[in-house]
Ligand binder design. Structure first.
Ligand SMILES: *[C@@H]1O[C@H](CO)[C@@H](O)[C@H](O)[C@H]1NC(C)=O
Ligand SMILES: *[C@@H]1O[C@H](CO)[C@@H](O)[C@H](O)[C@H]1NC(C)=O
Ligand SMILES: *[C@@H]1O[C@H](CO)[C@@H](O)[C@H](O)[C@H]1NC(C)=O
Ligand SMILES: *[C@@H]1O[C@H](CO)[C@@H](O)[C@H](O)[C@H]1NC(C)=O
Ligand SMILES: *[C@@H]1O[C@H](CO)[C@@H](O)[C@H](O)[C@H]1NC(C)=O
Ligand SMILES: *[C@@H]1O[C@H](CO)[C@@H](O)[C@H](O)[C@H]1NC(C)=O
Ligand SMILES: *[C@@H]1O[C@H](CO)[C@@H](O)[C@H](O)[C@H]1NC(C)=O
Ligand SMILES: *[C@@H]1O[C@H](CO)[C@@H](O)[C@H](O)[C@H]1NC(C)=O
Length: 631
């Protein structure tokens, strides 16, 4: 009996390998340029059919959309992308805690919408975030400058007698609530400034704005940072994931040699305090100082830094390559970005910019995390986002905008009491809060705001002149391709889409939802996605000055991720998630044109016709190539 069965099995094996595997795009997540679809989740049932990859883009005729080819290079396996999130600042915490007080049920729903990993919340339009980043002491998004060790009489506190992290109770409360919703959330921490008594050369009388760490104080600052990590762990029950030391913020600048000393001291003191696992990150600032980053790593010990963190306000993401070439074993993180909002940037220019800079560029150059700035801000009656320090971006976008009625006027109370402690503030123009309720000398009127420089200037809301919009009439309806047997997309979300009149989800929320859906595990014990190679038939235009053009260019941009272990019964099975941006908007003239994308995967192709917007589509396939890649 045994022999025939084996023979039958062998025959079957031959038969299987001779038959091409069938792949089908069975999930699609769509955000259109005008938010007519915000986070629509559907099953387009588009089958891949045998065929060659497109070799060059085809421009439209009167009756057909342009065609762009994206080829999956699935033998190119890059880094895992497994931290998606946003900042929990004093500003975000103040408004979230006021919302909790006014509408506790809606508050918990909102935290689930942002952070729950439960599939039910994906169905309800949740973002499934798993990372947060918080300042150690004040940042530009809060109500007053403070550190965890402030003295106001010109003395110093090398014994840290005044040290306390209790100046930010709303922040700790918010983080603790988030951890209740997602116990595996990764917490990043970074200081905006050293305590004032550790600094020199600041303009005016507010030491937290400007200046630098005094030479020789590196170990004291390391002690300060590690005391904060210990207090966060032991007093607040929050396990820190990552710590950045300070680099180049306008609130305090350091040179590479001082940063190396600070990094070495911090790593040593972290290890002594039992924090060997904390990711110590260098830089945590923009792309525009690539040489300083290399110098600082060169001057440090091999084991000082775990990685580097970038922000998106200045410089070119391609400078990450200089770092990753020199330090290929170090991790790369993207930890902060916000853009000026208001109607002229929301939703499409912002969606396009965030996804291009962060997903299609920074992640292409090895970033394993995507973290935006404030997770939440409140919109005031005039449409400005709040709260923030004076001279700081007053209309910066956040994924969630609480509406004026979300806090029932209790935000006003919160604004008068930024920390929730008895700290008094007289407003930034007059003076600064002290821990004991007196008022410190006024900050210099000209003090630079503690922010990345791009965000420091006010940008008043512009009167809107509506663009004339001419969606291009394609003969083929903008849905799915012609030659596949796909029918009308069937919606797969069963649970009602979560709506609330107390807050709005912006295009930042949509962007985070796309990247999160593309990488996060689908089953317990599953893994976050790895970046997989792709190539495109779109070619960048040559630069006038002959320099190498940015390769991330063209009407369609793409990133592909492979999530393994998606089926407990078949370890070979993986899900491939392709994030596509159709930016065929004719350079913002709003002549919105559909595109057909021909996706080539393992000798098969699928056509998908997309309106202008951001799309994440996915299909199941074996982890390793079932068939040789076609030429
Ligand atoms: C959104 O844009 C699409 C074309 O891209 C158009 O068909 C639709 O009517 C627009 N919806 C709104 C609400 O403007
Ligand atoms: C097709 O159109 C794009 C822009 O829409 C242009 O950059 C490209 O040169 C065109 N290609 C051909 C072959 O005409
Ligand atoms: C405002 O906050 C206070 C506590 O500070 C609370 O008692 C009150 O119910 C809140 N008001 C509203 C309208 O939610
Ligand atoms: C508050 O702190 C300031 C500066 O350290 C000090 O001069 C003052 O005496 C303190 N006031 C109280 C009430 O403790
Ligand atoms: C995809 O579209 C291209 C261009 O229109 C066409 O040549 C090709 O046959 C289509 N392939 C499939 C599988 O539909
Ligand atoms: C489309 O459906 C027809 C009829 O069911 C079938 O013969 C054909 O092979 C299908 N084509 C594709 C690309 O799946
Ligand atoms: C809250 O305010 C928004 C607009 O700011 C409004 O659309 C909504 O209906 C209000 N919700 C409630 C419950 O009053
Ligand atoms: C996928 O992997 C499984 C388990 O190794 C194997 O049985 C199956 O034949 C593979 N499928 C294809 C299409 O290669």
């Amino acid at each position: 009996m045994v022999r025939p069965l084996l023979a039958f099995g062998a025959l079957l094996g031959i038969a299987v390998s001779a038959v091409r595997a069938q792949y089908e795009i069975d999930e699609m997540f769509s955000t259109t340029w005008n938010s007519s679809k915000v986070v629509e989740y559907s099953n387009p049932a588009i089958k891949f059919v045998p065929g060659p990859a497109l070799t060059q883009s085809v421009n439209s005729t009167a009756t057909t959309p342009d065609v762009v080819g994206i080829k999956v290079l699935d033998k190119q396996v890059h880094q895992k992308v497994d931290k998606i999130g946003a900042g929990i600042t004093d500003a975000a915490s103040i408004v979230l805690q006021a919302f909790k007080e006014a509408h506790p049920d809606d508050y918990w729903t909102l935290l689930h919408l942002l952070f729950s990993q439960d599939p039910e919340w994906v169905q309800r339009g949740g973002a499934g975030l798993n990372a947060v980043r918080s300042p150690l002491g004040a940042s530009d998004f809060g109500l007053a400058p403070y550190s965890y060790d402030d003295v106001f009489d010109g003395s110093t506190d090398p014994q840290f007698k005044l040290f306390t992290i209790d100046k930010a109770p709303k922040l700790w409360q918010t983080l603790q609530d988030i951890i209740k919703v997602n116990p595996n959330v990764k917490t990043y921490f970074a200081p905006w400034s050293q305590p004032g008594w550790m600094k020199a050369d600041y303009p005016g009388s507010q030491p937290l704005f400007g200046g630098h760490l005094i030479d020789g104080y590196e170990d004291l600052m390391a002690q300060y940072l590690v005391k904060a990590m210990v207090a966060i762990r032991d007093e607040k029950g929050i396990q820190p994931y990552s710590l950045s030391v300070h680099s180049h913020y306008p609130t305090s600048r350091s040179n590479p040699s001082q940063l190396a000393k600070l990094g070495i001291a911090t790593r040593r003191r972290l290890d002594e305090a039992g924090f060997k696992d904390i990711q110590l990150l260098g830089l945590d600032h923009n792309w525009d100082h690539p040489q300083e980053v290399l110098d600082m790593f060169d001057m440090s010990r091999d084991d000082t830094w775990d990685g580097v963190a970038y922000h998106g306000y200045a410089g070119d993401p391609r400078t990450q390559i200089q770092f990753t070439d020199a330090y290929e074993d170090k991790s790369v993180h993207f930890t902060e970005y916000t853009t000026v909002t208001q109607n002229f940037n929301e939703p499409w220019p912002n969606l396009k910019e965030k996804s291009t800079k962060i997903l299609f560029k920074s992640v292409r150059y090895k970033s394993e995390s995507i973290i935006l700035w404030n997770a939440c801000l409140q919109v005031d009656e005039d449409g400005f986002t709040t709260p923030h320090l004076l001279n700081v971006c007053q209309n910066c976008l956040a994924p969630i905008h609480l509406q004026p009625n979300a806090t029932n006027g209790n935000a006003t109370a919160a604004l008068a009491d930024p920390s929730g402690s008895k700290m008094r503030t007289l407003g930034m123009a007059d003076g600064t809060a002290t821990a004991n309720g007196t008022t410190a000398p006024a900050a210099a009127a000209a003090a630079p705001a503690p922010a990345d420089s791009k965000r420091t200037h006010k940008q008043r809301r512009r009167a809107l002149t509506p663009h004339s919009i001419t969606p291009r009439a394609n003969a083929v309806p903008a849905a799915v391709a012609q030659s596949v047997n796909a029918t009308t997309p069937k919606p797969v979300n069963q649970a009602p889409f979560q709506q609330s009149s107390y807050y709005k989800r912006t295009s930042d929320f949509s962007f985070l939802s796309h990247v999160s859906l593309a990488v996060r595990p689908r089953v317990a014990g599953g893994q976050y996605g790895r970046l997989i190679g792709t190539s495109s038939t779109e070619k960048p235009a040559p630069n006038d000055d002959g320099s190498t053009p940015d390769p991330v260019a063209g009407r369609v941009l793409a990133s592909l991720f492979r999530s393994d272990n998606v089926d407990p019964s078949n370890a070979e099975l993986s899900r491939f998630s392709l994030v596509l941006l159709n930016q065929n908007d004719h350079y913002g003239t709003q002549n919105m044109e559909d595109i057909t994308v021909t996706i080539a995967f393992r000798g098969t192709v699928a056509n998908v016709t997309l309106g202008v917007g951001l799309y994440t589509m996915s299909w199941l396939a074996n982890k390793t190539s079932d068939l040789p890649e076609s030429a």
